[in-house]
Design a protein around this ligand. Structure first.
Ligand code: TYM
Length: 332
């Protein structure tokens, strides 16, 4: 079976619909056909300042949500990044074959460091994509399901795999991005030209999986829609309505064309009201299952420890061969 790897940051109290529709939903689907490794990337989550107790809590909530949306511990290996020390170990080696200019061109770094003030942005924020490459390459992943915003980071992962292989001999599988176009960029409800984002959207622009559905309904009601009154799909001229249609379609399983036909002659209010119901129905069981996992943190931590053990078996073997090729001494 081909291998799949992906990661998600525990930087918020809940995942939002962008995370779910752009990435996590595909994680669940791919565990049927792939050998699947998924990771809560807590090392990545400390690159921009954090609170230790909150980080640990959010790491658990992240894992609980992933199980709750359908990751099956029998079929997927879900683990916490900091429990697998091979990640930063490989990242160091990859950092030494990454150009300073190459890393400087990462747009996510440029955006985030600018927002924080360039002097204050951490070195960890700068080397973030190199750690991400290590995440992926350790598992010899063939495919990496992510949203559109991760495309450039995946390009770097591919370049680093190829570069290492040509410098030191065939070691890493070159990973391909798995980006499903329809939902690869869910947008901010208040600013439908920007992506829905944990770090930069306002709370009104985000729908969280774990928030009260009444709150989501309110946000959907006040979502920015477009001029005109017709419900049609056109991401260019009608980004607001198109985003609502995209979310509806992905959660209800009804095609965009079918929805557009069903809303012919009806107003934005109707679409918003129905979408709020679709969202509520979707999140309710997820919230319930998440709570069940969180009610037994010892059991949850045990599932994650088992995941980390399985992950280490694979990551350790890859790291050993990479170290060997680089010319390091054998492990003692
Ligand atoms: P993160 O935690 O920001 O986001 C997790 C996943 O959600 C996707 N996503 C979206 N998709 C569609 N529309 C949106 N509005 C939206 N917002 C977020 C992201 O593309 C991502 O797939 N660097 C990664 C974490 C990471 C990783 C990895 C991913 C670390 N190591 C190795 C893949 C492989 C990140 O910050 O994702």
């Amino acid at each position: 079976r081909p291998r799949v790897f992906s990661g998600i940051q525990p930087t918020a109290d809940s995942f939002h619909l962008g995370n779910y529709l752009g990435a996590v939903r595909h994680w669940v689907a791919l565990q049927e056909t792939h050998d699947a490794f998924y990771c809560v990337v807590d090392l990545h989550a400390i690159t921009a300042g954090h609170d230790p107790a909150l980080l640990r809590q959010r790491t658990r909530v992240a894992a609980a949500q992933l199980f709750a949306v359908g990751l099956d511990p029998e079929r997927s290996t879900l683990f916490v990044q900091s429990q697998v020390p091979e990640h930063p170990q490989l990242a160091w080696v990859l950092g030494c074959i990454t150009g300073f200019g190459e890393a400087s061109r990462m747009t996510q770094f440029k955006d985030k460091s600018q927002k924080q003030g360039n002097e204050r942005a951490s070195v960890g924020l700068f080397t973030y994509p190199i750690l991400q490459a290590a995440d992926i390459l350790l598992y010899q992943a063939n495919a990496v399901p992510v949203g559109e915003d991760q495309r450039q980071h995946l390009e770097l992962s591919r370049d680093l795999a190829q570069r290492f292989n040509s410098l030191f001999g065939q070691t890493f599988t070159v990973p391909a991005p798995h980006i499903v176009k329809d939902t690869a960029k869910i947008t901010d409800l208040q600013d439908p030209t920007a992506k829905m984002s944990k770090s930069s959207s306002s709370p009104a622009g985000i729908i969280d999986l774990l928030e009260d559905p009444a709150r989501s309904a309110k946000k959907i009601r006040s979502a920015v829609t477009d001029t005109g009154r017709e419900i049609v799909f056109d991401a260019e001229t009608k980004p607001g309505v198109s985003n609502l249609l995209t979310i509806h379609s992905a959660l209800s399983g009804r095609g965009i064309d079918e929805l557009v036909a069903a809303y012919a002659g009806r107003g934005y209010g109707d679409l918003k009201k129905d979408l709020a119901e679709v969202v509520a129905e979707f999140v309710r069981p997820i919230q319930e299952r998440t709570r069940t996992y969180l009610d037994d943190p010892a059991q949850l931590d045990k599932l994650l420890a088992t995941g980390a053990e399985k992950a280490r078996a694979v990551a350790g073997a890859t790291l050993r061969s990479a170290y060997e090729r680089v010319g390091f001494f054998p492990p003692v």
